[in-house]
Design a protein around this ligand. Sequence first.
Ligand code: SF4
Ligand code: SF4
Length: 202
Amino acid sequence: MKLPGILQPILLKEALSALFTGPYTLPFPKKPSEPQKRFRGKPKFDDEECVGCGACAMVCPANDISVFDDVANKKRVITLYYDKCIQCGQCEANCITEKGIKLSREYDMIYFDRSQAKTTVEKELVLCEVCGDVISTRDHIRWVTKRLGPLAFSNPTLMLTALKDAKVLDEIPPRDKDLEPGRHDVVRMLCAKCRRRIQLGA
Ligand code: SF4
Ligand code: SF4
């Protein structure tokens, strides 16, 4: 292709200056490159600050965060997959504790094994003493209890959590499974459904 005559001196100048200034491209991956201050990179859970509520999974537009309740082992596993994440920041913006997940400035998310392209956080599950359904994670119940302050004492599940954490109360003896659920179960760890049925008969 023949270039118009007017462009040739410009290109020649560019070529010559490139000889002395080096390439325009960054030397990554040979040398790490510094991302912009507000760059949205790899999301990371903070095990201390995350309470395992699962709100981030509900707001993720890429459906990238999974919440798996391993009831047999009383464990909730929350997994975020880097290969589907679009770094939108919705998980961070909607985290109930505001610190449970943060987008780091790390941009290198290349994996040869897809099973490694993920990060997980695990939390202890609390189950209803009557029906065995999941109430939530222990940390999530604690977080709600703390937020409510004295109001938490209006709900026996939260009250028991607060008293046990304050070491005012030891373990409550397990309920007799042969007994029909009733008023004697009011002061127990109950899911919302059983609480309504037992307290209100609804
Ligand atoms: S940054 Fe966006 S896409 Fe990635 S996990 Fe969070 S909400 Fe989902
Ligand atoms: S505390 Fe935040 S990061 Fe943890 S599960 Fe809830 S919303 Fe997600």
